[in-house]
Each structure stands twice: as C-alpha cells, then as structure tokens.
Design a protein around this ligand. Structure first.
Ligand code: ATP
Ligand code: MG
Length: 604
C-alpha cells in the first residue's frame, strides 16, 4: 500500500464492489456528510460545532463488547470497517461497547486491542488515537435520557417484567399502554432521578422511550432505555447503578463519534427505526449535530464446522473441551494465530467472501485455501517424517568405506515457481545423508498393493535430494510389526550429480537422516467439529465435537528447522503447512510444531 509502484492486483487484492461501497460512494458524491465538523474528540453538538471541518471523509467503527475473545466473524467486521475507512479516506474507530457491566473485563479489552493490531489495523490518524469506550459517554447518555423525559419522549415504567412482556403484544396483537405511560414529564423526571440516586431496587422500574405501542415493529413499542443494575463496572466502578440499554447506547455512541456509516449484522435490521428515531429526537433537541449517522446491515459470517458465538466458545474453554481461548482449534483470532494463520490470509478471506445482505454459509475450505495461497510462496520447504520407521542401507559401508560416512545434500528452500523475477532466492537447505534414515511407515509395504510405487522388496526409489536405493526387505518384531526397512544404496546416483538420472526411480520419498534429524512434537490439528453446522437449530454442539481433532506425534525433522522461531511457518513436503507453536516451541529446548492445514482440501 505504501509502495510507489504497487504490483498489479491479483484476484485477492482487487476491490470487488459491493452494496456498502456503493452506499459510501453515493454519499461521497452527494456530499451527505461534507458539512460535518470534528473537534478532535467525540462529543455533543456544541463540542463538534467548535471544531474544524472533519478531515475524515467517512468515519466507521468496530464496536466489540469486551466480554470475550474475538473470533473469525469479528475478523470479517474488522476487515470491513477498517478496510472501508482506509479505502475511502476515512477513519475507523475502535470502540469498546462496554455498557453492560457484568461480563466485561480488562483481560478482554487487552485481547481485543492485540487482535485488531495483529490483523494489521490501527486507529491512530493525524496524531489522534481513535480508541474509545462507550462508558466514557455515560454522562451524556444520562443527560440525553433526561432530555427525552422532559420533552415527553420517555417515561418511567413500574410494571413488572412479566406485565411488560404481556403488554408488549406480539406480531399479531398490538401492545397495550402501560398504566404509567401518562405520567407527566415532571413526575417522570423525579422518578428517573431517584433511579439514578439508588433509591429503587434492581429491576423495580425502567425508563422507556415513548413511541407507539401499536407499531408493527415490536422494537418501537416503547423500548426500555435505562435499567437499574447495581454492578461494578470494570471502568466506571460504582459510579452508576443505572445502565443504558444497548439499543439506546449504540446510536448515541456513533453520533458522539461523528460516525457516518454504522455497519452491523442483519439481526439489527429491526432496530434501525429506533436508531433513527432516537437520533432524530436528539438532533431536534440540539444535543447532537445533524446529519446523524446511518445504520446499514450486512450478513454475518457463518463458517462451516465453526461456532461463532462468544458465549458458546466460552463454554468450550470453561468446560475444558479445548486448552484455552488460544487453542489452535478455536476460531478465535488468538486461536487462528497460534494455529498458524497469517493476518494476510485472514484479510484475503474477508475480501474474498465479500459482503451480502442475506445469510449464507461459507465453506471452511475457503479459509484454508486463503492460507495456502498466502504461504505457498513464503513458507520455506522442509522434510519431516511424522510416522517414522528406520531405513538402513546395508551396503553403505561397502560403497563409502565406512558405515559412519555421511554426506551433505542440498535442496532449495523455495521452489523456482515461488521466486518472483529479480528476487534473490533464499539459501539452499543443507542436510546429511548417512547409512540410516527415517522414512514414513506408509512408504514401505512388504507386499505392495496394486499400483504402489514406493518401497517394497525389489523396487527402486529415490530418497528425495539424496541417493537412489533399492529395497531389499525388512525386519519385524514378534507381532509382525515392521521395525526396520532395508535397502541398498546405488552409488553415483546422488541428486544434482551427473549420474543422478543413470538409474530410473519409480518414486521419490521424503526422509530425514538419523545422523542430523531433530526430534519434535508435532500436533496434528483437525476441525474441532465433525458436523458442518455444529450449533444449527439449537443442536447441542458439544455432541458434534470431533474426537480426532488433535493427534500428537513424535516426529523427525530436517536440521534446517533447528533455528525455527515461534510463529515461523513452513511447508513440510507432502504433509502440509506447519508452524512453530508460539507458546510451547523452544521451551526447555523442545521443538513443537502445529499443523495449520494440509496441502489440499481433504474434507471434500
Ligand atoms: P457474539 O454473539 O459472538 O458475542 P457479538 O455480535 O455479540 O458476537 P460484539 O462484540 O457485539 O459481538 O461484536 C462486535 C462487532 O462484530 C459487531 O459489529 C458485530 O456485528 C460484529 N460481528 C460479530 N459476529 C460477527 C460475525 N459472525 N460476522 C460478522 N460480524 C460479526
Ligand atoms: Mg453483541
């Protein structure tokens, strides 16, 4: 993006238009928000009026509630909000929607900051840090609520929750006015102030907007806007015993921050009339500056084999179904990161799935495909043997003068196709070959099935990057399990030497020398659920857990991996993409690698 001559856009880079881009472009063309001012910080009408014309062409926001770790669905929203702001000369705010004191904490606040930054986005612009928290607006919200009460647009309702529910009616039945609805503004104001002063029990009364109990939209039937809740807030402590409802708080947060386009998921569509109603009232009253922000809805991300509900993800953590929020099987951003996903692959994914106005399911393989695409030309190759059996070349001493003789072999770190024109290829990998090597157990068959081209007695195979060998047999234990494969090395056939092609091999197999192989724990992760829709239709998602989602093996790796640092990614030839675990790799000298994904989609 900062490069003066950007490379030609690939499919992943091309910005495909969508209905949100069209809305923004239309607003920019019409100058819908051209008159807005920005005083350098969020604030009410008077505050913003004192400022400069807003240098940001649009303002968007990503507004998580700090009640859990972010997941891949949030990543879509992050890429969308920050991406659109970046593309249209705007600014995206990171705002903690912390109006619900009970479930929020600073642990979650910090994890969200990390996740957004790791994904590659920031909220600094023009020397200003656009990181906000809704709880900073509690004073204004309270003031706005008093205004609504005084203007006759809100009243304190003392019906029980049950009465309120019954009187709200339903789709076929209009609501019934509360007996408290006709109180005077003065009575309501006195009551509301008592609520704030802590003179009433939790749940004994609420403040409601006074709109229309017969509205076909149930959200417009006098929604509650403030409730009494004696709870300590992680930021405001015990200052408040009343808290605003989300539907009241959210539009106000947007307006105070001069947001132009407020993007949310489809389930908020029915809330839009209230969003508009509230901001119109507050603009009318001169508390907020017109034009108010507008809300637009897009389809949330539904990914097969994945759960995207913070509450359900929390259950997996607290019930120890996974090792924590960052378990590499979790769809949380910390989980994806530890699994080996890159920020680029997730951005590519968000771009590729696009935004639509109707719900649908995205196949998990789309996410994996984006990762493969990102790593294909970046991840250095290496050989690894995940299910080792020893192969001994019985004539090694005869051919090379000693059984202890070893030789260096070299292979490119990246294939030729991965090197861009003019780019210097990374140095070759160097590893030894000796009389004994580790091979995959599945690469030997005493009696070969039809079409089998790898090792069986009499067959000729190349040890990739090393010598051609001829299999001669095997040794077995009392149970008939193969304990050692035997072969003869064919002199003069080393890869890269003139004689390399002198003998035709049926196949090339991967291997690691006993002489310099490094032992590692490899965690073979698979999908956490075996059901593509683990929680659809109220299903018990715990029953859909994949019992084979983690298999741990002790593997042999080629020595180029000895210098791998946590988070470094590799392609283990024929096995897939792997990452040095960011938590456990290197601890007590142990090598630990996670499988990110296979080389191709194996679930189809
Ligand atoms: P959850 O139900 O998992 O708690 P949420 O919507 O309550 O999710 P918030 O913290 O309120 O979580 O979400 C912050 C933003 O992320 C919101 O704008 C929300 O619309 C968006 N978001 C959440 N889940 C998804 C999803 N699956 N796809 C796209 N956007 C999402
Ligand atoms: Mg929410």
């Amino acid at each position: 993006m900062t490069s003066p001559t950007p490379p030609a856009p690939t499919e992943g880079d091309a910005k495909v238009s969508n209905f949100l881009r069209q809305i923004i472009e239309a607003d920019l063309a019409k100058g819908t928000y051209a008159s807005r001012r920005w005083a350098g910080s969020p604030g009410d009408a008077a505050h913003q009026a004192s400022g400069q014309p807003d240098p940001a062409k649009i303002r968007t926001r990503f507004p998580p509630e700090p009640n859990g770790y972010l997941h891949v669905g949030h990543a879509k929203s992050i890429c969308l909000n920050f991406g659109l702001a970046r593309d249209y000369g705007g600014i995206c705010h990171l705002r903690f929607d912390d109006t619900n004191p009970e479930k929020e904490s600073t642990e979650f606040v910090n994890s969200i900051i990390d996740a957004v930054q790791w994904l590659g986005f920031g909220w600094q612009a023009g020397g200003v840090n656009h990181l906000y928290q809704a709880s900073d607006y509690f004073d204004f919200m309270y003031h706005a609520a008093e205004y609504l009460v005084q203007a006759g647009h809100a009243y304190v309702d003392e019906q029980t929750t049950e009465q309120m529910r019954i009187n709200r009616g339903d789709f076929s039945k209009p609501g019934v006015d509360s007996p408290f609805r006709s109180r005077t503004p003065a009575e309501n104001l006195a009551r509301f102030r008592e609520m704030r002063a802590g003179e009433h029990e939790d749940g004994s009364m609420v403040l409601r907007a006074k709109i229309d109990m017969a509205s076909p939209n149930i959200n417009m039937r006098d929604p509650a806007i403030y409730r009494i809740r004696r709870a300590t807030h992680h930021h405001t402590g015990d200052t408040w015993c009343i808290y605003p409802m989300y539907t009241f708080a959210h539009p106000i947060e947007d307006a105070l921050e001069q947001i132009t386009h407020s993007f949310c998921t489809l389930e908020f569509e029915d809330q839009r009339p209230f969003y508009d109603w509230l901001l119109e009232r507050l603009c009318e009253g001169g508390l907020l500056k017109a034009p108010p922000p507008r809300q637009y809805e897009f389809a949330r991300l539904n990914l097969t084999y994945v759960i995207t509900s913070k509450r359900k993800l929390a259950q997996l953590v607290y019930d120890h179904k996974v090792s924590g929020w960052d378990d590499p099987r979790m769809p949380t951003i910390v989980g994806l990161r530890r699994r080996g996903y890159t920020p680029q692959s997730i951005q590519l994914f968000a771009e590729r799935i696009g935004v639509t106005k109707s719900d649908s399911w995205i196949d998990y393989s789309t996410l994996e495909g984006c990762l493969r695409e990102d790593l294909e030309n970046k991840a250095h190759r290496a050989m690894a043997v995940l299910d080792p059996v020893k192969l001994v070349m019985t004539n090694w001493g005869e051919v090379f003068g000693s059984d202890d003789h070893t030789e260096d072999c070299t292979q490119p770190a990246l294939p030729h196709s991965a090197i861009a024109e003019g780019q210097t290829p990374p140095p070759d990998r160097v590893f030894k070959i000796g009389n004994a090597v580790w091979i995959e157990r599945e690469d030997f068959e005493e009696v070969p099935p039809k079409g089998y081209k790898r090792l069986y007695p009499g067959n000729v195979v190349r040890l990739k990057g090393g010598y051609v060998i001829e299999c001669t047999g095997c040794a077995k234990d009392a149970d008939g399990k193969v304990t050692e494969v035997q072969a003869k090395v064919i002199a003069g056939t080393k890869s890269g030497t003139p004689g390399a092609d002198s003998v035709k091999a049926k196949a090339a197999i991967t291997w690691v020398a006993v002489a310099d192989g490094i032992s590692a724990e490899v965690r073979l992760y698979d999908r956490l659920f075996s059901d593509p829709h683990p929680d659809a239709g109220g299903k018990d998602f715990i029953e859909a857990l994949n019992p084979n989602s983690l298999k741990v093996v002790q593997a042999w790796l080629e020595p180029s991996l000895a210098t791998a640092q946590p988070d470094d990614k590799f392609q283990f030839e024929r096995h897939g993409y792997f990452v040095a675990d960011r938590v456990d790799h290197g601890v007590d000298g142990k090598a630990v690698f996670n499988r990110v994904t296979g080389l191709k989609d194996s679930w189809k």
